[in-house]
Structure formats: structure tokens, C-alpha cells
Design a protein around this ligand. Sequence first.
Ligand code: AMP
Length: 338
Amino acid sequence: MAAQAEIVAKLSDNFEKARSSGDLLFFPSSLHTHSENGVEFQIRLCPALQDKPRLPTPDFGPDAPPPEEQEKKRPDPFAPPYNANLFLGEVRDEAEGNEYVILFNKFSVVPHHFMLVTKEFRSQTSPLLPADLVQTYLFLVAAKKAGRKFFAFYNCGDLSGASQPHKHVQFLPLDDDGPPVERLARSTKLDHDSRPFSITTLPYANHVRRLPSSLAFSSPDELEPVLADAFLSTLDLAIQTVRHDASYPAGAPSFNVLLTLEHLHVVPRRHETHVLAGTGEKLSVNALGFAGMLLVKSERELAAVKEEGVGNILRGVALEGGLEATTDAHRVADDQLQ
Ligand code: AMP
């Protein structure tokens, strides 16, 4: 059995062991659906998270020491020695030789939330490498073969909602047929499946690539060019979106990535948090928000999110859409200059 399949097969038993050992903290929550613009957003209310230790966002700013130096100063939970109850195994990308460890998320709101972590320290500000994408996709395929559905997400950069500077891709199980936003991607009719597109009903810039339906049956060697191309083409558009925002902060752009068996989504980020009009408090948003799944810590916050609208909140922490039109306009302007 492939390493990914072995790890998926032991998620249930190991999760119970980790939880009963006390090394994994499970925070119960209730799920609330909220319909807006044809999207059934999921808002998870988890009051116990108010007690979760708060980790400062790593300093990725222009004058900040490099992430490797910051990592030396504060303990890295993703470095060895690994907690035996959170450790699920290791995988190695045969083509590139990159090694990864698989760990449970210590603070779990959804059972079986696990992470693919680079074995050597790599920065969370760095884009996903082809090997990262291949290993991530292999876990989604292994889960599907085991009769389970997962999706993966990556929070890249200081405005993306990441709390750990050590590179990690996260995996969450799904009860139904995809995170809410994935359903919109699936129902988008395309003339050319191999070109990036945007879900235009979403009120923020988003860049998506549909993956070939045969991809789940492909070998790692076949996966690599397809996933790398899908990521580079959507990342390129995300960077163009950022470049056209004159007030975007200096430094490496932040973005969120969602990966399902069918699509790869990249959403450039402008802010990490949104100040809720109803409470005056900050709500941190990461890739899960852009999957259509927000996390709130109180009934008050839940009411404020519904009142303000999930679309408005997401637009507040992302960038304006309509890049395709903007890009074409710039292209015309560039042509005229030549
Ligand atoms: P992010 O906040 O997206 O950077 O994801 C990092 C995740 O790591 C968070 O969801 C934390 O709950 C989780 N985490 C923090 N400390 C540990 C730890 N010691 N072991 C495993 N997961 C952790």
C-alpha cells in the first residue's frame, strides 16, 4: 500500500488515540449555513476556541528577519522531535527527493484535520513546489480510494491567515460534495478546460483552473506537469492582480490556495483580518474562508458575520476582481506604447 493510503487508513484510530492522550485538543462546534448570492456558506461556531492559545502571526514584513532566523528564535511545532500521538508518517517525492512529515493539527475543530509539513524547514511565504502539489494531490486521491473526501488548503504569506512560518499544507474532510466555493467552480461552464477562469459571482479576485477528469488515475510523474502548470497559471494571474493594485503592501504577495481533485483555486490577499462592523472586533480569515467556510468564536460574532454578509467580509480581505478586463486594458496600453 502506498504511504499516502496507509496514512489515510489510520486517520480514524490515530485521531481517537491522539485525542484521548490529551496531545490533540478537539474543540466541538456547531455548523450554520448562510445563503448569499447562490452560495451556501458554512459558518462554524466554536466557542471553545476562545481558550485556544493565540499564536502571533509570524513577521514576514520587509524589515523582518528571514523566516529561518525567526524559526530559530521561537519553537517550531513542526520540527522534530515529533509528538508521537500527532505523527502519522512520512512521505517522499520520488522525482524531486523532497521529504514531508504528516501530522495531525494539534488544535482540531474538524476531526482528522491533518497537515503535510516539509521535513526540512521551508518558509510558508514560498509558493508551492511541484513536489508539494503532487504529494497533496496523492493524499486527495488516497482518500477518495478509501471512500473519503478531503480537500487541501495552503495559506501563503503574512496576509493569508497563516500562523506558522514552517511550510505546511492542510487537509480537511468533507461530508458532502466539496467546499461551498468548489460547487460554484464545478458549475462554471468553460469553453476551454485548460485555461484559468474566475468565478465571477464571487465579489473578489479569484483564479481557478479545472483539472482533467483523468488526473486522479495518473502516476506521480504524470501529475507533476499538470499540477505545476495549473498552479503557475493561476499564481501568475494572482500576481498580476496584486501588481495592478497600486496600494498593495511591499514584499512577497500573500495568497490562499485550495486544491480539490477537480480544481485548483488561488485567491490573492490584501489583509489578514476584517474588522466586523457589528462588533468592532477583528475576524481572521484564511483559505477556509475562501472555500466558503468561516470560523467564528461566539454567537455575537456569528450574528455580526451574517449581518455584514460573508461576501462583503471576503471582499474586505481580498482584492477586487475583474482582472481579465484590467489585464486586457493594460495590454492595449502596453501595445500603444510600443
Ligand atoms: P496556519 O494557522 O494556517 O498556519 O496553520 C497552522 C496550524 O497548526 C494551526 O491550525 C494550528 O492549530 C496548528 N498547530 C499549532 N501548533 C501545533 C502543534 N504543536 N502541532 C500540530 N499542529 C499545531
